[in-house]
Write a protein that binds this ligand. Structure first.
Ligand code: 9Z3
Length: 342
């Protein structure tokens, strides 16, 4: 068998070292100028105007209800304007879709801003599974029916889905790219301003940190190059707009962001750093490896609070969102009460 020579080792460049150095200071919060630069130079999606008219109708239909904006799934970073290739991330939208169901159960109207084709509330139980949806069906007297062992669970999911739909409590809004996500998030925040403290932002989407600005993105498909030349990518940082959202776009709403890490030893520090920088109400920390079993609530001026499934809950397939979404609803009640008294 042919032996491949070992890959030559080389010293990492300063930039390469910094990208893996977890002690390096994060990008500072975006200023007003950064906001103008970004939104003036990156066009809104064509569909945004008509999407916002649906959003305004939805908001008008819920004059008394609490409205939660749940963001969910990963954002893509196109490498070409006519996009063949893009950078993506792991998020399937499980956290967002699951949380949306518990918010609906607790009486919220839900705007679900999700990565297109990621998991959706209710249908998530039967999609993206290792089983094909057809495995839930069987044939009976020449008709297709749900298999007997799935009947009761599917009936319960179907009822909840139909109830939410008929009551007009769930608005599904898709995005694909980071730019679509940012434009939609800003427009939604402005549209939700009249809702005041009844609005809750639950930012669970896994948002890209880097993108290629319009001035540098190639129009057409990137070609392979003679001589086996490498493709070297030059990405700009995505501005950190959370402080713009907290201070300017949605100043009366309660805002919750998520912090994802893979190294447990820095999770709390990073979550608290985000809270200090953006001055919002709650950061929920989670680790990639254990995100379905444990999360940590980091609140201002309080010790952090871990929420973990115990052994029995794990055996019983309890979803961690069923434990912590009611806690969020309590915090949101306090937020509304405090806003009324100030
Ligand atoms: C999260 O941390 C979500 O809980 C997950 C959910 C993406 C881990 P799944 O879709 O995963 O259920 O598979 N979301 C936020 C991730 C994020 O990008 N946070 C930014 C950061 O960590 C701050 S906005 O820097």
């Amino acid at each position: 068998m042919a032996q491949h020579p070992p890959a030559p080792t080389r010293r990492l460049s300063t930039n390469e070292r910094e990208t893996i150095d977890r002690t390096v200071e994060p990008l500072p919060p975006a200023l007003e100028l950064d906001e103008h630069n970004y939104f003036d130079n990156n066009d809104p999606p064509d569909y945004l105007e008509s999407m916002m008219s649906d959003v305004n109708d939805f908001i008008e239909k819920h004059p008394q209800d609490r409205i939660v904006l749940v963001t969910s799934g990963g954002t893509t970073v196109p490498l070409e304007n006519q996009t063949v290739r893009f950078i993506d991330n792991f998020s399937a939208g499980t956290r967002g879709a699951t949380s949306a169901e518990y918010f609906l159960e607790l009486g919220y109207a839900v705007i679900f801003l999700h990565r297109q084709f990621s998991l959706l509330p209710y249908s998530r139980h039967y999609s993206h599974s290792t089983h094909c949806f057809l495995d839930f069906m069987e044939e009976k007297d020449g008709k297709v029916v749900v298999g007997s062992k799935y009947q009761s669970e599917m009936l319960s999911v179907l009822r909840k889905y139909k109830d939410a739909k008929e009551a007009g409590l769930l608005l599904l809004l898709p995005f694909t790219t980071i730019n679509q996500y940012l434009h939609t998030l800003r427009s939604l925040s402005l549209a939700l301003q009249p809702v005041g403290p009844r609005a809750l932002f639950y930012l669970a989407a896994a948002v890209s940190d880097f993108f290629i600005p319009p001035s540098r993105i190639p129009e057409h498909k990137i070609q392979s190059m003679a001589g086996g030349k490498k493709l070297i990518m030059d990405l700009d940082p995505v501005p950190k707009f959370l402080n713009r959202l907290v201070d300017k776009w949605a100043p009366s709403a309660m805002i919750i962001s998520f912090k994802l890490e893979t190294d447990r030893s820095i999770l709390i520090f990073k979550a608290r750093q985000a809270l200090d920088r953006y001055s919002h109400q709650l950061v929920i920390g989670n680790l990639l490896q254990t995100r379905k079993q444990e999360v940590v609530f980091v609140l201002p001026n309080q010790a952090e609070n871990w929420i973990k499934l115990n052994d029995q809950q794990t055996i019983d397939d309890i979803e961690i969102e069923s434990i912590f979404i009611p806690q969020i609803v309590n915090l949101h009640s306090e937020w509304i009460d405090n806003s009324a008294s100030t």
